[in-house]
Design a protein around this ligand. Structure first.
Ligand code: NAD
Length: 354
């Protein structure tokens, strides 16, 4: 089975590649443009495995994508390539429209042309799996409701609007042209190899260096958290066993306020690495001006994944976050070059993290 993973040098894509190369009879073709968020070092564990190859290609380049689909005789596309950081989407939405909307449209065109060239069993087993976010569903009240697969879309940020648009295009290519698609919408991921502009790795690295720990507003926004390797296993199931035309919500049943996430990390550091001058790492928490259009709460009901595909998250938030802190403590070789290269003078976490 030949699987094309777009965005395979990113945070979640690299976890998917690291998982799939271990599977008997699977060849992994990683198509990644290598933006600031792409990092081949996250794939170092794969080494020079014979069943893995990387192409540095933009998903918007329809002709090259089609060429790769043919040359590599692809059976399944797992589309993760995207601009993924909400704060960047507020400062510069154009890149989000370009990659997330137009890139997905171009990839769909290439996939459809390729799928139409296939026949028999190969055409039958082809799948286009679009990986998306729970942010497309928009804002939930603090104490009410969860997102199901039937929840109407109501995106708030340029990022979530671009992902919602791409979800709609993927469904339209199924309804209109018959392309065999599956979709999944997942809550916030965390874990090893997470780019240090996102909340959890930023707070871990700042806590490590006793720098301020930035928290938006009052820290009361609630997110559901899922360990990235649990997400990678879920994605493999959706891609290989999901029903065509269906979407699946993936989440960790682990709702936390942002403040409690940061406090948990502080408590781990207090135990593992007490501050030299005494006091708690919690004293480093700094409340910063809230993000515009910041949704209060996202909450996922993963019952369909559990029922239909037999998937469950293996990590609780407490076990996953402990593993994550441990990983950052032990893997400076990975984060040090990123932190030194890309942090100077950028806003929010970047400024305080520098
Ligand atoms: P990421 O930013 O870490 O990685 C994105 C990858 O895509 C990078 O390797 C980048 O080089 C590549 N890329 C970007 N533009 C490209 C282009 N035009 N052509 C080819 N490659 C390109 O993102 P992530 O956190 O790993 O997220 C992966 C996917 O999962 C995204 O589609 C995102 O919307 C979705 N998602 C993420 C989360 C999360 O918590 N991180 C949650 C739910 C869904």
């Amino acid at each position: 089975m030949n699987i094309l993973v777009t965005g395979g040098a990113g945070f979640i894509g690299s976890a998917v590649c690291r998982l799939l190369v271990q599977r008997e009879g699977v060849r992994v073709v990683n198509l990644d443009k290598l933006t600031y968020a792409g990092n081949l070092q996250s794939l170092r564990a794969i080494g020079d495995a014979a069943n893995y190859i990387h192409y540095q290609v933009d998903v918007c380049d329809e002709a090259r994508v089609l060429d790769i689909l043919r040359r590599e005789r692809i059976d399944t596309i797992m589309h993760l390539a995207a601009e993924s950081h909400v704060d960047r989407s507020i400062d510069g939405p154009a890149a989000f429209v370009e990659t997330n909307v137009i890139g997905t449209f171009r990839l769909l065109n290439a996939a459809l042309a390729y799928w139409r060239e296939l026949s028999g069993e190969r055409q039958e087993r082809f799948r286009f799996h679009h990986i998306s976010t729970d942010e497309v569903f928009g804002d939930l009240p603090f104490d009410e409701g969860v997102f199901t697969e039937e929840t109407p879309y109501a995106p708030s940020s340029p990022y979530s609007a671009s992902k919602a648009a791409s979800d709609h295009f993927v469904r339209a290519w199924h309804e209109t042209y018959g392309l065999p698609v599956v979709l999944s919408n997942c809550s916030n991921n965390y874990g090893p190899f997470h780019f240090p502009e996102k909340l959890i790795p930023l707070v871990i690295l700042n806590a490590m260096h006793e720098r301020p720990l930035p928290v938006y507003g009052t820290g009361s926004n609630v997110r559901d958290w899922l360990f990235v390797e649990d997400h990678a296993r879920a994605l493999e199931l959706v891609a290989t066993r999901g029903r065509v035309g269906e979407s699946y919500n993936i989440g960790g049943r682990a709702e936390r306020t942002n403040l409690s996430v940061v406090q948990t990390i502080c408590d781990i550091f207090d135990e593992k690495r007490p501050r030299a001058g005494g006091g708690s790492h919690r004293d480093l928490i700094t409340f910063v001006t809230d993000r515009p259009g910041h949704d209060r709460r996202y909450a996922i009901d993963p019952a369909k994944m559990e029922r239909e595909l037999g998937w469950n998250a293996q990590e609780t938030f407490d076990s996953g976050i402990a593993k994550t802190v441990e990983w950052y403590l032990k893997n400076e070789w990975w984060w040090r070059p990123i932190r030194e290269k890309s942090y100077a003078g950028e806003r929010l976490g970047h400024a305080v993290a520098a």
